[in-house]
Design a protein around this ligand. Structure first.
Ligand SMILES: Cc1cc2nc3c(=O)[nH]c(=O)nc-3n(C[C@H](O)[C@H](O)[C@H](O)COP(=O)(O)O)c2cc1C
Length: 192
């Protein structure tokens, strides 16, 4: 059976970001099981804050580029920080812009359909960014019609959660992440 291609997308571009570190770990884990995996940075897709007037001028080239990147993969793994109990404006803005890009004859929200999504968060706080995952799930599922796996991982105390090799120090959490990624691969494969 052909192997699915997985895209890893952090919702932070901060130097030293815990979520970028989690994304890098996901890439390492997926590569270990021979998955074709791509990690991108939203810094490479700069977009203005979405507002209707800008949208009326037509899709932003970077939104179209990001949509194409998502559509070139069968599964998407998003690692999202929690800001004010929700997702980062960076991530929400990117999702909003991508949701507006629609080729002629294409169904709405094409980038979010026909592929599997999995979500995770890392926060230096005790909640691990769990509330951002609830918000992100709502945006992706209810807003964009995406299939989001029920499995999710929230890394609490993220400033102490990674060891010197940037692996998760807690083996139970590391196992949860591996299981989530395996499920993403499985679901993405079914949707190829
Ligand atoms: C505006 C703002 C709001 C935040 N709100 C929360 C929050 O509600 N819950 C939380 O756990 N952390 C919150 N944080 C802390 C972030 O989780 C922390 O900065 C984290 O390191 C950001 O993710 P990153 O390391 O991947 O950049 C907030 C940070 C900022 C800048």
């Amino acid at each position: 059976m052909a192997m699915p291609k997985i895209l890893v997308l952090p919702g932070s571009t901060r130097a030293g970001s815990h979520n970028v570190k989690l994304a890098a770990l996901a890439v390492k884990e997926l590569a270990t099981i021979d998955i074709d995996v791509t990690r991108i940075s939203l810094a490479d897709y700069p977009l203005p804050i979405f507002e209707g007037e800008l949208d009326a001028d037509g899709p932003q080239p970077n939104a179209a580029k990001l949509k194409d990147m998502i559509m070139a993969h069968h599964g998407v793994f998003i690692t999202s920080p929690e800001y004010s109990a929700s997702v980062t404006p960076l991530l929400k803005n990117a999702i909003d812009w991508v949701s507006r890009v629609r080729a002629r004859g294409e169904p709405a929200y094409a980038a979010f359909k026909g592929r599997a999504f999995a979500i995770a968060s890392a926060s230096p706080g005790r909640g691990g960014g769990l509330r951002s995952l609830m918000a992100l799930r709502q945006i992706l599922e209810l807003g964009c019609g995406a299939l989001v796996l029920p499995e999710q991982v929230a890394i609490a105390n993220a400033d102490q959660a990674f060891d010197d090799m940037d692996n998760l120090a807690d083996t139970d959490t590391a196992d949860l992440l591996r299981a989530q990624l395996a499920r993403l691969v499985d679901m993405a494969q079914r949707m190829m």
